[in-house]
Design a protein around this ligand. Structure first.
Ligand code: 5AD
Ligand code: SF4
Length: 442
């Protein structure tokens, strides 16, 4: 019997990439095999995102193709999972009658139930119950693993749809997480990224006896042989404490990079965003990071055009971007999301003004990132090889501990650590030559 084929398309954040690896692992344990193309698949899945309107519309275009493929072969199964599915729930079946199964981020395990059941009717699963982290994974990169330390989010940021798509925060037990990282290390994983909607609040919901703080969890993961690099995303500035910052200075594997979402440089806007920190607190966190880990790379997320954002508010965001000098930033135009508090706030900013502010912000962000990147020129840094360079296949591509993409001349297999001497830097990438001497095994 030929194996049934699946195809998964992933939108959105790293948590979704993680969930898709688990979806694939689960499908393979059910006997499915991955198909290169959507057109060949018996099971067509979309793991969706709903963070901004653009994310919705991009996905809906793909869904059109699935409708056509389903029409050609009606026995095909079309499934829609993730945050968009959760945010519209049963409406999915009304708007897209060719969809067979829909499931929220907390219901990935139910997909298996659906596929192995005899039911032919459309089914939707939207309770918050499981960790996808419990499912087997099929990793996209052999040497890189995601580890879901918690799901959900207890914050109430007024612009954000995530609390409603991923539910209340629930942490996984430390012993289970350590065992999972140990298994990953045995399996050849060199770099782990700990995932949670707010990693700093990890463990607060666990019982006293088994509870670890996030800093303690980092320490336990750092002690696991074979794990060369630890990353995490995302921390929340309100909960970012000195113990975690210090860990970047003291733990061998914890990378010199922190992604600390700013969202706005104006305390008035932050207040309306319900971020529960102000500009001063943010800058104070940055100062603390620079005090303990002077060379630490800092990246961020910034939203422009939040309702009521004045020219003065926006100037403050520009000023913080200028002052901090981020190594990189994801910049977003505010997008009203269904069911969120900010979507109905007065004084929505006109689109043209949002775009104009965005352009000004991007100019500052890129200029500062380019300036910051010059500090690497002339230095020899450790690069984890990922494969051939995307722009020039005769070169290799990898990532530094500071999370910079490095394109370089030299030899190295994916997953190997090589020393690269940097000769040029742009805002996004570094370029260099690998040292001839092989890196001593660590
Ligand atoms: N509009 C624009 N950007 C948003 N983000 C979250 N919600 C919205 C929204 N409604 C951004 C935030 C967050 C990142 C993942 O997406 O900056 O940190
Ligand atoms: Fe990730 Fe948020 Fe998109 Fe969900 S809505 S996939 S949590 S970015």
């Amino acid at each position: 019997m030929t194996r049934r084929l699946y195809h998964v398309t992933t939108f959105g954040c790293q948590m979704n990439e993680h969930d898709s690896e688990r979806i694939k692992g689960m499908l393979e344990s059910l006997g499915y095999a991955e198909s290169e193309s959507r057109a060949d698949a018996d099971l067509i899945l979309f793991n969706t995102c709903s963070i901004r309107e653009a994310a919705d519309s991009r996905f809906i275009a793909h869904l059109g193709e699935a409708r056509r493929l389903k029409r050609e072969h009606p026995e095909r199964v079309v499934g829609v999972g993730g945050c968009w599915a959760q945010s519209v729930k049963d409406e999915v079946f009304r708007r897209f009658p060719f969809v067979d199964v829909a499931f929220g981020p907390g219901q990935v395990h139910r997909l298996a139930e659906f596929l192995t059941s005899d039911s032919l009717g459309a089914q939707g699963f939207f309770e918050f119950e499981g960790f996808t982290g419990h499912l087997p994974a099929k990793r996209a990169r052999h040497h890189q693993g995601w580890v879901q330390i918690s799901v959900g989010c207890n914050s109430v940021c007024s612009y954000c749809i995530v609390p409603s798509t991923r539910g209340r925060e629930v942490s996984r037990s430390p012993d289970e997480l350590i065992a999972e990282v140990e298994r990953l290390a045995c399996d050849g994983v060199r770099e782990v990224t700990l995932l949670g909607q707010n990693v700093n609040s990890y463990g607060r919901d666990l019982s006293r006896g088994s509870r670890l703080t996030f800093a303690e969890l980092l320490e336990r993961v750092d002690a696991i042989p074979g794990i060369e690099r630890i990353r995490y995303t995302s921390p929340h500035p309100k909960d970012m404490r000195e113990d975690v910052i210090r860990a970047h200075a003291t733990l061998r594997a914890l990378c010199e990079h922190i992604h600390l979402p700013l969202q706005s440089g104006s305390s008035a806007v932050l207040k309306r965003m319900r971020r529960t920190y102000g500009r001063e607190r943010y800058l104070d966190r940055v100062a603390l990071i620079r005090e303990h880990v002077p060379d630490c790379a800092l990246t961020t997320d910034i939203i422009v055009g939040f309702p009521g954002e004045t020219d003065g508010d926006f100037e403050q965001t520009l000023a913080v971007a200028e002052e901090v000098g981020f190594d990189g930033a994801f910049t977003f135009v505010y997008s009203p999301r269904r069911g969120t508090e900010a979507a109905t706030m007065p004084d929505q900013v006109p689109h043209e003004l949002k775009v104009e502010r965005m352009e000004r912000l991007v100019e500052v962000v890129q200029r500062r990132a380019r300036e910051r990147a010059q500090r690497f020129v002339g230095r020899t840094i450790e690069v984890l090889v990922e494969g051939p360079s995307r722009t020039d296949p005769s070169r290799l591509r990898g990532r530094s501990r500071h999370n910079k993409v490095v394109n370089f001349d030299g030899l190295g297999e994916p997953g190997e650590l090589v020393d690269v001497t940097i000769s040029a830097a742009t805002s996004q990438t570094l370029s260099g030559v690998a040292s001839l001497a092989a890196r001593a095994a660590r």
